[in-house]
Structures are given as C-alpha cells and as structure tokens.
Design a protein around this ligand. Structure first.
Ligand code: 5AD
Ligand code: SF4
Length: 477
C-alpha cells in the first residue's frame, strides 16, 4: 500500500461549531494516534480527513456540503497520485442525517455520530476498504471509557488552557434546538475519570481547565463516595488539584444555577469571574414558547445573585431573534434585557428552523428581512455594552494567562480572568504562565496591555479587579 512507503498515515480534522466539537476532534486524533496516525496541518497530504460538523443552524449544516464539494477534487487529485483519501463526516450533521449524507455527497466514505468515536479505528479501516460505512448508534456503553486518555505529547501541544468534557447531551428540549436529538440524553462523567484527566493535563503544563458540556451545570456525576456530586462540589475538588490555577465551565442553563454553584463564584479564587449563561430572549411569551422553563424575572434574579457573589463577574449570553411569532414589542423586551444586564459579550443568531424540532413546524415564521433587521439592532446594543465593559478595564491591572504568539512580532496573547483576549509585548517564554498586566487600551477584538515589571507570577488574579468600574459598565448593580 502506498501509505507504507509514505511513512505514517496522516490525519486532518476540521472542526465546526462548539467547543465540544473541538474537544471531540482532539480525542478522535488521540484514538487514531494509537493506530499510528499523525495529524497534519493541511488537507492536501491527508490519508484520512474528518469533518467534525455542527447542525445547530441551517447555515452551519450547509457549510459541510460546500466543503464536501471541494473535497471531491482533492480526492480525485489524491487518486491520481496513487493515494486513497478516506473522507469521514462526524459530529451532529452525521448524527442527524446519517446515510443521507453519502447519498447527497458520494465523496464521503464514513459517517460517524458523536457516540461512536471510540470505534473510529475499526470504522476508518472498514471505510478505507469499502467506503459507505455509517455508524450513528447511541450505544449503551460509555464512549469515554473507550476513548484514549490524551497522550503526553498531544497534551503538551494543547497549551495553557484545555477543555475537559464532563457532561454530554441535554434533556431540556428547548423548542428550537436539535441538541437533545443529536447528542442524546444527559450523561455525566464520574468524578474519578474527570480528576484523572485533569491531573494528566496539569502534569503536562496546563494551567486553566475549562469544563464543557451542553448543559454543564446540570452535571451530576458519581463521586468516589458513591453519591452523585453537584458541579459546585466538583469545582471545589478540582480547585484542590495542585497546579490548577484557573477553572471555567460552559455552557450553563439558568434553571440549573443552584445556590452552591453561585457561592462557588464567591469562595473559589480559581473559579474565574466569568459565566456564559444563555437567555435567548427577554420576552416571557417567547421564553415560554421556546420551552425555556424560566421567565425573564427568574433569569434576572440569577444574575443578581451572581453579581452579589462576585461583583466583577463578566456575563455573556446567547440570543435568538425572529423566533416564530416574535413581535416587534417582544423583540424590544430582549433589547431592554441586554441594557439591564449589560453583558460583557454575547452571541446572537437569527432563528433557523431545524427539522424535527417543534418550533420548525410553526406557521408563524418571521420574515428573513425582519430577522436581519432585528439581528443588526441587537448586535449594536451588545457591541455597545461589550465596548463599555472593556473600556472599564483600561488603566487597571489583570492577571493574564499567556497562550499564544500575538498578532504582531514580539507580542504574546493571553486571557484575562474575564475571558478578554489581551495583546502584550512579551517574550515567547511567558507562554503557559500567568503574569500581571496593566491594561492600556482596547482594540476591536482584544485589549492591549503591558507587563508589570519585574515579571510577577500571579496565581489566580482577578481580585484586584475594577469592581466599581465593572459595576458601572455592567448595568449599575
Ligand atoms: N436557530 C438559531 N439559533 C439557535 N441556537 C440553537 N438552536 C438554534 C436555532 N434553531 C443558538 C442558541 C444556543 C446557541 C448555541 O445556538 O442561542 O444557545
Ligand atoms: Fe439546546 Fe436548550 Fe439543551 Fe441548550 S438547553 S442544548 S438550547 S435544548
């Protein structure tokens, strides 16, 4: 086989969508590394190419088909060179559309759903032989038990901050959302597995652990004491792991922000003052139609309690505009909510009807023009508050965890406790370290800062936060 003469077989994974996919892509690479695959940074010389897809909105799903169109040419070029390129579609489009993908795009050899990644070596081998392999089962076994622990080398290349999946799936069934169908029912990993993974990452130099799950604060994994633990308890335990300097968790549901979790934001210095808490809409009628299981006042109460626990907390959210039946007045309730909370950042989306979800069948769809108009108006409000939040940090000091080279020569970039990207003139040696930085200005997508000399290590940071200024920037609480 030509791959023998070419050295190790090469793998290229392209990730779309959420952080769970980024994590899953890394684990797919880990599983295939055990079979001798090495990752390549370009699709051109790959033997196996995986598209790890997102189905959350129509646009995201359609992107995959245009990419598959381009891959047809790549596959033909490889064949001309006497190479077989195996094309796999993984992730939520794979789960939702199954073999329909191969029917629509015959370039695809393998369709693999998120619950089957531990079977990849076998699936890829079969697909390379025969093509047209589909595995979108929801197996009873726990895929995490079979996925390789990240190798030391793989871990090292992952830098200062790393994701750890603690929870997968969702039982909430918001009426617009495909996640309960593509990722299945909620599943929580046990404490021992999470601890082992975190300890491995920290031993390889990771400083910041980001716990991820579609509904992360609903996590209730088995503890070593045989009882189900809460996320708050898990965070307390992880904060005790030597070398864990920072903790974050995402994405949370307002209904599952319990007292202990809110108190953890007050009590745990390692828990960063930042939370992504999607609300989707500011209108009670729309929230009800979305089946969000909370109203506007309940959401605001959670925010209030969070700000009491950690006054400088940076809040972010997700919004959907143009949900079926949303009136102009209801949309304005969303704008008013944004002004009331003063989010540090937020994502906003036009409602996209997804096959199989209840809201998609509504005959009350909002026009495309109306959605586009509302999106632009909402984004302007969000940008206004984000700019105010960032401006409030100028002149203050913050602990920055350096992750990568910056945009310009001599610069390094890192994250503030509030998850802002900060560009700083600093030697490459600061990578993986936390240093105190004075924030000197704001740019479009990041802040600028200067190292406070001499280089001083700051373990957690964020307590010298601009509390008062933050409060003004985030809505006057
Ligand atoms: N249309 C538009 N946005 C959606 N989201 C989820 N489903 C849809 C949909 N059908 C958004 C929500 C969610 C984020 C991840 O994607 O805001 O929080
Ligand atoms: Fe989707 Fe709602 Fe579950 Fe979030 S909570 S993943 S929006 S169903």
């Amino acid at each position: 086989m030509s791959s023998v003469t070419r050295g190790p077989r090469k793998l290229y994974v392209k990730s779309y969508g959420c952080q769970m996919n980024v994590y899953d892509s890394q684990r797919m690479a880990d599983v295939l590394a055990r079979e001798g695959y090495v990752e390549t940074s370009t699709p051109d010389d790959a033997d196996v190419l995986v598209l790890n897809t997102c189905h959350i909105r129509e646009k995201a799903a359609e992107k995959v088909y245009s990419e598959l169109g381009r891959l047809r040419v790549l596959k033909q070029d490889a064949a001309r060179d006497g190479r077989r390129l195996t094309v796999a579609v993984a992730g939520c489009v794979a789960q939702a559309e199954g073999e329909e993908i191969i029917r629509r795009a015959p370039v695809v050899d393998l369709v693999v759903g998120p619950q089957s990644y531990h079977r990849l070596p076998d699936l890829v081998a079969r697909a390379a032989e025969t093509g047209r392999v589909v595995d979108t089962e929801f197996p009873a076994e726990d895929k995490f038990d079979h996925l390789a622990a990240p190798s030391a080398a793989a871990t090292r290349s992952r830098g200062a901050a790393a994701f750890v999946t603690v929870q997968e799936g969702c039982d909430k069934f918001c009426s617009f959302c495909v996640v309960p169908y593509t990722r299945g029912a909620e599943f929580s990993r046990p404490v021992a597995k999470i601890l082992a993974e975190v300890e491995g990452l920290v031993a390889a130099g990771v400083k910041e652990i980001r716990l991820i799950g579609q509904n992360v604060n609903a996590w209730h994994g088995d503890g070593p004491d045989g009882r189900a633990w809460s996320l708050a308890r898990l965070l307390h335990r992880l904060a005790e792991v030597p070398g864990v300097a920072r903790l974050r968790y995402t994405t949370s549901h307002p209904r599952d922000m319990d007292d202990a979790l809110i108190a953890a934001h007050r009590d745990l210095p390692a828990l960063m003052p930042q939370l992504h808490l999607p609300v989707q809409s500011g209108s009670d009628r729309v929230l009800d139609a979305m089946n969000r299981r909370h109203d506007r006042a309940e959401y605001l109460r959670v925010i209030e309690r969070l700000k009491t626990a950690r006054p400088d907390i940076a809040l972010s959210s997700d919004f959907i505009v143009g949900f079926p039946g949303e009136t102009e007045a209801e949309f304005r309730d969303t704008l008013a909510l944004v002004d009331e909370v003063g989010f540090a950042s937020a994502y906003s989306f036009k409602y996209s009807p997804r096959p199989g979800t209840p809201a998609a069948d509504s005959d009350d769809q909002v026009s495309e023009a109306e959605k586009a108009d509302r999106l632009a108006r909402l984004q302007a409000r969000i940008d206004h508050h984000a700019a105010a939040f960032n401006a409030a940090t100028v002149g203050r000091t913050a602990a920055v965890l350096f992750e990568n080279p910056g945009r310009h020569d001599g610069q390094m970039t890192g994250k503030s406790p509030w998850m802002q990207a900060v560009q700083v003139m600093a030697p490459p040696s600061v990578k993986g370290e936390i240093h105190t930085v004075r924030i000197t200005g704001t740019g479009t997508n990041s802040l600028y800062g200067a190292l406070v000399s001499p280089l001083r290590h700051d373990v957690h940071g964020g307590r010298d936060a601009p509390d008062a200024a933050m409060r003004v920037a985030s809505g006057g609480h």
